[in-house]
Design a protein around this ligand. Structure first.
Ligand code: HPA
Length: 275
C-alpha cells in the first residue's frame, strides 16, 4: 500500500466516525483481556461496529468483540475500543495501528491501553497490575516503516519518553486511593502467537524486561509518533515461561485476567474521574 492510500484511508475512517458522533472525546481507552465488562458500566452514547468503519480491520480473537464506543466513563467522554488488532492475527503493524492514526486525526490526545502480560519480575504475582514505564520493542516491526507520514510526525521520532509520567502518576494516585497494588516496569514485546521459551524469558530478563506480551508496543510507537500522551497498564496473568515450571495456557491467562477484572475496572474508573 502506498503512503497516500494509507493516509487517504485514515482520513476516510476518521470522517466516517465524525459523521456518527456529536462530540469527539479527547481520550481513547483500549480494552485488553479482562476489561470487557467495563462497557456494561459506562453510559454509552454511540456504538460503531468496526465493520462499519471504512478500512478498519476486523478482530479475529475469540472473546474480542470489535466495536468502537463513545461513552461516558466516570463522567468523562471517551472513545472505548472493544477489541484490538494484533500482529499475531496476521495484520501488519501498519494495519494493527490504523486505529491509532484515526484517533490522532480525530484530535484524540490521550491513548490509554490495557493488556495481559506474563510476569518476568517475580515481585509481581498473577492477577496484579503493572503500569508500563518503558518498553523493549526490538522484535516489533515498526509501524512507521516506509515513507514517513509527515502529517503525523517526524521520520526519526524520539522514544526517550514514550509513556507519559503525568498519566502514570495519576494512575498511581488512583491505585493508592483504592488500595490496589500497582507495580511499574518495562514491557517487552514478542510477536507471538506462541508463548516464549524459558531461554527467551531469561534473555528478556537480562535485557531489563519486567513483563512480556504480544500487543501495545506497535500502538505506542504509532501514538508517540503522532504526539499522543500514552498510558499503558498490564495485567500480569501468569508467571512468564520457565519461572514456575508449569506450562502456560490461554485458559490461565484468561482466568487471571478475569480475576483482576474488578481491580482493573475500578482503577480505570478512578483514573478517568481524575483525567
Ligand atoms: N507471554 C506473552 N504474552 C502474554 C503472556 C506471556 O506470558 N501472558 C499474557 N500475554
Amino acid at each position: 500500500m502506498t503512503k497516500s492510500d494509507y493516509y487517504a484511508d485514515v482520513l476516510q475512517a476518521a470522517e466516517y466516525i465524525r459523521s456518527q458522533v456529536t462530540d469527539i472525546p479527547d481520550a481513547c481507552l483500549v480494552l485488553g483481556s479482562g476489561l470487557g465488562p467495563l462497557t456494561d458500566r459506562v453510559e454509552t452514547i454511540s456504538e460503531i461496529p468496526y465493520e462499519n468503519i471504512p478500512h478498519f480491520p476486523r478482530t479475529t480473537v475469540a472473546g474480542h468483540d470489535g466495536k468502537l464506543l463513545v461513552a461516558k466513563l466516570s463522567g468523562k467522554l471517551t472513545f472505548i475500543m472493544k477489541g484490538r488488532f494484533h500482529y499475531y492475527e496476521g495484520y501488519s503493524t501498519q494495519e494493527a495501528t490504523f486505529y491509532v492514526r484515526v484517533m490522532a486525526t480525530l484530535g484524540v490526545k490521550t491513548l490509554v491501553m490495557t493488556n495481559a502480560a506474563g510476569g518476568i519480575n517475580t515481585d509481581m504475582k498473577p492477577s496484579e497490575l503493572m503500569v508500563i514505564t518503558d518498553h523493549i520493542g526490538l522484535f516489533c516491526d515498526s509501524p512507521l516503516r516506509g515513507k514517513n507520514l509527515d502529517e503525523f510526525g517526524p521520520r526519526f521520532p524520539d522514544q526517550t519518553r514514550v509513556y507519559d509520567s503525568g498519566l502514570s502518576d495519576l494512575l498511581k494516585a488512583s491505585a493508592k486511593e483504592l488500595g490496589i497494588t500497582l507495580h511499574q516496569g518495562v514491557y517487552a514485546y514478542t510477536r507471538g502467537p506462541q508463548y516464549e521459551t524459558p531461554a527467551e524469558i531469561r534473555a528478556l530478563k537480562i535485557l531489563g524486561a519486567d513483563a512480556v506480551g504480544m500487543s501495545t508496543v506497535a500502538e505506542a510507537i504509532a501514538a508517540s509518533h503522532c504526539g499522543m500522551r500514552i498510558l499503558a497498564v498490564s495485567c500480569i496473568t501468569n508467571f512468564a515461561a520457565g519461572i514456575s515450571g508449569q506450562p502456560l495456557s490461554h485458559a490461565e491467562v484468561m482466568e487471571n485476567a478475569n480475576a483482576s477484572s474488578k481491580n482493573s475496572i475500578a482503577l480505570m474508573e478512578k483514573f478517568f474521574s481524575k483525567l
